[in-house]
Design a protein around this ligand. Structure first.
Ligand SMILES: NC(=O)c1ccc[n+]([C@@H]2O[C@H](COP(=O)([O-])OP(=O)(O)OC[C@H]3O[C@@H](n4cnc5c(N)ncnc54)[C@H](OP(=O)(O)O)[C@@H]3O)[C@@H](O)[C@H]2O)c1
Length: 322
């Protein structure tokens, strides 16, 4: 994989990219990036995006064929992001929806590939770095085995649905993505928005043991990686999408406090996080109490150049311009 901006921009000009599940945080960020480089973008989602921009929105239900499938005909690439947010209390209903939304949307995309006359030659599939579970200190790479628990189970099912849906003639790229740090363009800003708010309130300290890994990626590098996967015929198979410098939760929040100019960060023991996450933030405390250290051997060996390889400049870029 080489860094060739001119070729990259030139090839994006001729692209029509369909982003399934493109109405949320990452989809809108990617749509803006691709459109800026000259691609025409179609977003497939159940509801129209909350913001308007340089894309066309087409409705689907994420589980059955319909008129939307024609958007795949002669598209140059598809990126599949569809999936219910994991940022919620894990009731049985939510667990079910987290799994089904990903697997069903991926399976129906695979069905659609088989009914359109000229399907896109490349399919870039979202997956999760959480597929490796929550090992406390082990550094996982693409060759590490999957971990244990709901997220690894969902990640595997998601990737299996992709493997059964991608056409033999298609180039398939799977991005096992870590925590993406980005801006809120009106369609959500991911977990960074919440963490920055807590840090500004002086609550951005140690959580639980504090040694749990936080693997992260700046949205600009995420978008450059999506674009590279769409245009670089050498990319194929599973990659971990993450910056090369994962840090512990304590170090992450220290960098966050510096970025927002808050000297104090009160610690939160595990019992307090469990109570606050469930009753105040209505989310899953394990998202804060557990974590993982992942790095990508493949991106490194294929020469992907990160604009934001270190956390402090990434946070500064995102938080000090707000
Ligand atoms: N943000 C991150 O740091 C991160 C990291 C790793 C992986 N990911 C994955 O990347 C994908 C996009 O992330 P995001 O942060 O952009 O999430 P998001 O803002 O919650 O957007 C989720 C997208 O999925 C669609 N969706 C939600 N529930 C659905 C359902 N039941 N059936 C079909 N589509 C559904 C949404 O559109 P409609 O509801 O209108 O259909 C939306 O387009 C997700 O699958 C997420 O798990 C994100």
């Amino acid at each position: 994989m080489r860094s060739q901006p001119a070729r990259y921009v030139g090839s994006m000009l001729r692209q029509k990219v369909v982003i399934a599940g493109g109405s949320g945080f990452l989809g809108i960020s990617l749509a803006c990036h691709l459109a800026k480089h000259g691609a025409s973008v179609v977003i497939l989602s159940r509801r129209p995006p909350k913001v308007t921009g340089p894309w066309q929105h087409v409705g689907w239900d994420g589980r059955s064929l319909g008129p939307w499938q024609q958007e795949l005909h002669e598209a140059t690439g598809v990126v599949n992001l569809a999936g219910r947010s994991v940022d919620c209390v894990k009731t049985p209903e939510h667990r079910d929806e987290i799994l089904r939304s990903r697997v069903e949307a991926t399976l129906v995309l695979g069905e659609a590939m088989r009914v359109v006359e000229s399907p896109p030659p490349v399919w870039v599939q979202m997956s999760t770095a959480h597929i490796y579970g929550d090992p406390p200190s082990l550094v996982c790479t693409e060759t590490s085995p999957p971990g244990y628990g709901l997220a690894p189970f969902v990640g595997r099912a998601w990737e299996e649905a992709f493997a059964s849906g991608v056409l033999p003639s298609q180039r398939g790229v799977v991005l096992r993505t870590s925590f993406v740090l980005g801006r809120n363009r009106g369609a959500g800003g991911g977990a960074l928005t919440t963490l920055a708010r807590l840090a500004r309130l002086g609550l951005g300290g140690r959580v639980g043991r504090g040694s749990q890994g936080m693997s992260w990626l700046h949205e600009e590098d995420m978008n450059r990686l999506f674009a590279r996967a769409l245009t670089d015929s050498n990319m194929r198979g599973a990659y971990i999408a993450t910056a090369p410098t994962p840090v512990s939760q304590v170090d992450f929040m220290r960098a966050m406090r510096r970025a927002v100019g808050m000297p104090i960060g009160l610690p939160a023991p595990a019992w307090m996080v469990r109570f606050g996450a469930h009753w105040l933030l209505r989310t899953d405390p394990e998202l804060a109490l557990c974590g993982r250290y992942v790095v990508s051997q493949r991106l490194q060996s294929e020469g992907f150049e990160f604009r934001f390889a270190q956390l402090a400049p990434a946070l500064k870029d995102l938080l000090q311009r707000h």
